[in-house]
Ligand binder design. Structure first.
Ligand code: AMP
Length: 397
């Protein structure tokens, strides 16, 4: 069965065409700068890269080009009708979706109703969905939500101690994100331990440009660091994670900033970038810290200290973790962040093997010392493959 996975952003579409259930990637790529004068698709298939420079006035034009690349001369498909299903990454499913769904008009309406909860993400996600339904009529479309994996959290984990009406009337609560990634790597961790997902507790650290952590008990997320939006929790590339919300009042009143200014400050100017004053890229932060840049060193310290605090919190939530997983760009590739985040946690059950940690970059590895109570694992995340799995499972019944 051939599954097309789409991740539609405001000016980009990331795609992967997979043969399922073999998990074989036939083609993948990224269509960028949609709506700008100069657009580009980078297409990978059969070990080759093809770059097409072309303007795409809208998402429909971009997806048409993607379909043409998949089916054209030397393409991986003869006809677009060979696509058996399309899996869409949808960011916010609110409280309605605790799993993936086959998309119909009611699902589209529900995703639209959740736009106020994810104003940056849900509109382009919806656009991709609508365009795919139009260009591939009759092909089942599946929605896979970032929030769904966390919908099983109990009220004590998802409620903020704000007036209850704000939850009842406006649905202000913790939702959590990166759910597809947390679900995928926690399942994979159970498999690496040779146990059923139902029988293990796993802490998953998704450390990418966005970063979040989840406590997964028996295959279900019971708590997570991101909240109402993807701002809460860990330090990220350009987002601060936790801080006292009174700072926002101060910025609005005493610094006379507008709501838009504060929004920009929190989403684009904080985190590693804000602390270092230079970059949101962990590779450059680490290089700066090594070369005596004090602000880069400070950014690295704050980042890893926050990860450590959350590992403690998630361990308390679970009682004990059988495995702790590092994933995403930083988690998969940075021995420095992993060792700084776990330093001093040996008695809590997390002891690294320094040599294994130093060697693990971008591939699955057990980096724990023999004496470690919890297995410490590096597991590359693959959100597209996880979406293809969900799509295949739903449409094959
Ligand atoms: P992601 O959002 O998962 O694609 O992660 C992107 C981030 O991973 C980049 O911004 C980098 O900061 C980080 N990253 C990628 N490679 C490395 C590396 N070798 N060492 C440290 N950080 C890395």
């Amino acid at each position: 069965m051939k599954i097309l996975v789409l991740n539609s952003g405001s000016s980009s579409i990331k795609y992967k065409c997979c043969e399922m259930p073999a998990h074989r990637v036939l083609a993948s790529g990224l269509c960028e700068k949609i709506g700008e004068p100069a657009g580009r698709v980078t297409h990978h298939a059969g070990g080759r890269e093809e770059v097409v420079e072309q303007a795409f006035p809208d998402h429909a034009a971009a997806l048409e080009k993607v379909l043409a690349l998949l089916t054209g001369a030397g393409g991986v498909l003869q006809r677009k009708e060979e696509i058996d299903g399309v899996g869409h990454r949808l960011v916010h499913g609110g409280e309605q979706f605790s799993g993936s769904v086959i998309v119909d008009d009611a699902v589209v309406d529900a995703v639209r109703a959740n736009i106020p909860l994810a104003p940056l993400h849900n509109p382009p996600n919806l656009l991709g969905l609508e365009v795919a339904r139009r260009l591939l009529p009759g092909v089942p479309q599946v929605g896979v939500f970032d929030t769904a994996f966390h919908q099983g959290m109990e009220p004590r984990a998802y409620l903020y101690a704000l007036p209850y009406e704000l939850y009842r009337e406006d649905r202000i609560r913790r939702y959590g994100f990166h759910g597809t990634s947390h679900a995928y790597v926690s399942r994979r961790a159970a498999r690496l331990l040779g146990r059923r997902a139902e029988d293990v507790n796993v802490i998953t650290c998704h450390l990418g440009n966005g970063a979040s952590m989840a406590a997964v008990r028996g295959g279900r997320s019971v708590d997570t660091s991101m909240g109402f939006t993807p701002l809460e929790g860990l330090v990220m590339g350009t987002r601060p994670g936790d801080f006292d919300p009174a700072v926002i009042l101060y910025l609005l009143k005493d610094r006379a900033m507008s709501a838009d200014d504060v929004n920009r400050l929190l989403n684009k100017q904080s985190g590693l970038l804000g602390l270092s004053g230079r970059t949101n890229d962990m590779r450059e932060i680490e290089a700066g810290a090594r070369n005596g840049d004090e602000r880069a060193a400070l950014a690295l310290e704050v980042y890893c200290y926050r990860v450590k605090k959350y590992i403690g919190a998630m361990t308390a939530v679970l009682g004990r973790a059988h495995a702790l997983v590092f994933t995403a760009g930083v988690g998969e590739n940075s021995p420095t962040v992993r060792s700084k985040s776990l330093a001093g946690l040996e008695d809590m059950g997390y002891a690294l093997d320094a040599a294994k940690n130093a060697a693990a970059r971008g591939t699955e590895a057990d980096i724990s010392a023999a004496a470690s109570r919890a297995r410490i694992l590096v597991i590359p995340t693959d959100e597209e493959i996880a979406i293809a799995e969900e799509t295949y499972a739903l449409i094959s019944g």
